[in-house]
Design a protein around this ligand. Sequence first.
Ligand code: BMA
Length: 321
Amino acid sequence: MLKRSNANPILTRRDIPEIPGLTVDVSSVFNPGAVYWRGKYYLLLRVQTRGRETRLLVAESDDGERFAVRSRVVEIAGLADVAQTIYHVYDPRLTAMGDACVHVVFAADTDGGCRLGIATTRDFERFELVSFGEDDDVRNGVLFPEKLNGEFARLERPNRVALDSGVTTGSEIVLATSNDLVSWKTIGSVMKGRWHYWDELIGSGPPPVKTRNGWLHIYHGVATHLNAGIYQAGVVLLDLHDPAKVIARSRNNILEPREMYELVGQVPNVVFPSGMIVESMDADGFARPDSLVRLYYGAADTVVGLATCTVAELLDACKES
Ligand code: BMA
C-alpha cells in the first residue's frame, strides 16, 4: 500500500554538509521529524558522526522529496542549563500548533535513562527549550496538534522492558496530558505490544493526524522472536475525543524492511517511521480521505526513506482485522 519514492533513500550521509568540528564525513542520517510549515517541507534530521555523537540538522524542500540540508547544527537554547548530563538528543517529532509555532518532542539519553524534552521554534532558525523530563525513563513522545479537552496531549512510550543487550525498551504506548507542556500526567494505557506477532515492542511514530474517523496514528513495532529485532510500521485509529481508546488497529504491518537500504546498515532490518505530512486538510482541519500522505522514515539507522499513500488507504489498513 505504501509506495517507496523512486528517489529513495532521499537522504544519505553524502547529503550532510561538512561543518568543521561538528559534521565531518558523518556515518548516517535517519529518523527525521517532518512538518509542512508556512509553505515549506521541513525535516529535522538525526545525524550521527563517526564519534557516535548525535547532531540535529534542518533540511528544507519545496516538493517534499528533494531536500537541501542546512550547513548549521541546531542548538536548543536552554538545553545546556539542564541539570542532568545529556549524551544524545535524537528522534525528534514535529508538531505544528496551528500557525503559531512548531513543537519538537525529542528523546535524550542521560545517566538515568531516556528523557523527553520539548523545544519550540517559529522559524526553524532558533529553537528554545520548553521542558525537560526529570525522572521517567520514556521515549517516542509525540504531541497532538491541538489541545484536547483544554489540555495539551501526547503519546509516549515508557521504557520498562530490559533486553539482554542492556537496552531498555517498551511494549506500551500511554496517553499523558499537560496544562503547560512542562508537567505531564499519565492518563492511561492506549495500546500494548502483541507478543508473538509483528509488533511485540511498540512506540509512536509521527504525531497523530486528525481525520473525521478518528486520530490516525502510525507507530513502529518490533518483532523480537526472529533472532534479531525487525522494526516495521503499523497504523492505528484512536477516538477523537478520548484518544486512549483504540477504534481499530492494523493486523499486518504497513511497511517492513525489504529494500537493501532497509535491510543493511548500522542496524539491519529497520524501518522507523518518524515524520508524516498530509497534503490536504478540509476547512475544519480534518485530513481529506483522498489526500496524499508522505511518510518519512529512518532505514537501517543509516539513511532516510520516503513512502506515500492516501489517508483512505491508511484508514482501510486499520480496519483489516
Ligand atoms: C530504537 C531507537 C531508534 C532506533 C531503533 C533501531 O530503540 O533507538 O532510534 O532507530 O531503536 O535501532
